[in-house]
Design a protein around this ligand. Sequence first.
Ligand code: SFD
Ligand code: AMP
Length: 639
Amino acid sequence: MANFETVVVETDLLILGGGMAACGAAVEAAHWAKQHNLKVTLVDKAVVDRSGAVAMGLSAINQYVGLRDGQNTVKDYVDYVRNDLMGITREDLVASIARHVDSTVHLFEKWGLPIWKDENGAYVHEGRWQLMINGESYKVVVAEAAKNALLQSGVGEIYERIFIAGPIMNGDKCLGAVGFSVREDKFYVFKAKATLVAMGGAVHVFKPRSSGEGMGRAWYPPWNSGSSAYFTLKAGAEMTCQEVRFIPVRFKDAYGPVGAWFLLFKSRATNSQGGDYMVERKAELENWAPYGKVKPVPANLRNYLGMLDVMEGKGPVYMRTEEAIQKIADEYKEDPKAYKKKMKELEAEAWEDFLDMTISQAILWAGTNVQPEEKSSEIAAAEPYFIGSHSGASGAWVSGPEDLQTGESKQEYFWGYCNMSTVPGVFCAGDASGASSHKFSSGSCTEGRIAAKAAVKYVVEHNEAPKVDQALIDALKADILKPLDTYEEHRGETTDPEINPHYIKPRMFMFRLQKIMDEYAGGVTAQFTTNKALLEKALELLALLKEDSTKLAASNHHELMRCWENTHRMWQAEAHVRTMLFRNETRWPGYYFRADAPKIDEANWKVFANCRFDPKTNEWTMLKRPIMTVIPAAEAVGA
Ligand code: SFD
Ligand code: AMP
């Protein structure tokens, strides 16, 4: 067996991940842990300074409610999210984040993040909820605060470049997590009294649009590989909204975000004939009532109208950057000097939007001689991602806060500790928790803070040292390091180490997973369309893939990580397919279309579609959970 040293770390609160939610968790946990003399340990597969979705930075903070200035209320935000998700949202969770998110944004500013200000010193909004930032170093700023909080207070420690492979379970109880170093021959056992899962969402479960020529390029970060979903599924937690993937419309081929263009620059998108699908296809929105009628039109319906153009052969669809810039500059036409200055300013803003957040889009513009003030850029619907923090909703089913519940909702949505999953002591935040969309970077950080505070309370009230059986650790270690052994045993049997009858390398395994999902589960190739028969076929092929996952092989630490990343993706894929199969309707036509159930079915499916994997029986259960209104309560305590 691979000769890895076993390193045992004992802690009180274990934070898994080092992204926006985890950094928020670290800051908050440090505060409460100090009061109770507890230890907090944060583990990231990468380096916290630049890990997760915000690695390259961002150009906007997408959730800011503006309570201080009376711009909006918590209720306004809940209304927005509920509409955008076609009625499927946990109002208590959305309100819980919305009432605290502004304070997180104020902390970002205090920590040194430059937020754009107008001549009166007010924040510059991109849209109603979004603030413009100079955000290239956004993650570095937030990471510094997390590190300071944990390390300077003496309550915490940070482990970087440790890949978390899965939970340590003793029956229904989670005792922490196991993982391995991606650089050294070390296997890690983290024993904890509570575990906070914040390992982001899942990318590359579906075949991306960029194949060989742009391999690895995606909108969301490829290193978020479904570890949160895998961890909670394998812990036996109930999951929610596993069917609610996110399909973002992005600048084609380099995935530049569109928010600044649609909201700040107020650009239109038009097809090859100059038609604007948002205008020409407005009548289609009637078919998706009551949600088709709301403002703004839900993200998935905006997608859908554009997709109809493409399916009718009216592509390409273009973001009319030149038209939008010209329209703003025209306001300065009377004064040539002011006009020239404004044009320069707009050009700089256009480039900075990508340089702050998706550098490859700026490179693609440069490489294809695009000057946005002169030429439109193509946009396209990207492949599906799993990200409960953006406009998708997948994640674990977690308890809401007690004070926001109504008498009725308390039965369904509250079980003791805010953001705790159905597994006692396992907390979730950011992409890891479901049915609370539109948290983005600021809301994820806020939710990390909320979850960490509750998790510390849990530790204080359940302060028992986890007893971990050595035989269990030995078995987990053997299983997790097995791909190294498989490779060593068989590598001499073929001339090309990539091809071997005894094993499968993670890259080929990933291609196989992506092909199944792309063709049968409504990926780009299938025009985001699927049906019962296709989904059943996907499950059949996923079962065979799962069988072969025991034959994954790794030639080094890095490939060992790749093996487990793809196993994690495979579990996210299975939960997704099972839930799309369960929900017998089409509710988000611009995310996926069930061709055999092509309409929204409010009577039967205005519910959460939840699922649970039982680690003892290896069986899946699918269940419906009710949607409840808690808004009046949210409003009462809103500010
Ligand atoms: O415009 C393991 N996001 C945007 N949010 C905004 O507020 N404004 C924007 O402008 C946004 N845009 C945007 C965004 C993301 C991306 C990639 C682009 C543009 C190009 C969304 C936010 O970034 C997102 O909502 C949050 O970051 C989510 O936070 P969180 O904590 O749930 O995920 P994370 O930050 O990615 O962190 C995940 C961490 O987990 C680690 N990890 N560690 C150990 N073991 C494992 N097995 C692990 N697996 C993962 C990661 O290293 C990381 O530390 S716009 O397009 O919408
Ligand atoms: P994006 O760049 O697409 O991730 O969008 C950033 C933010 O702007 C998110 O809050 C989106 O929901 C929002 N957004 C993007 N495009 C539009 C649009 N056309 N109308 C309303 N909101 C939008």
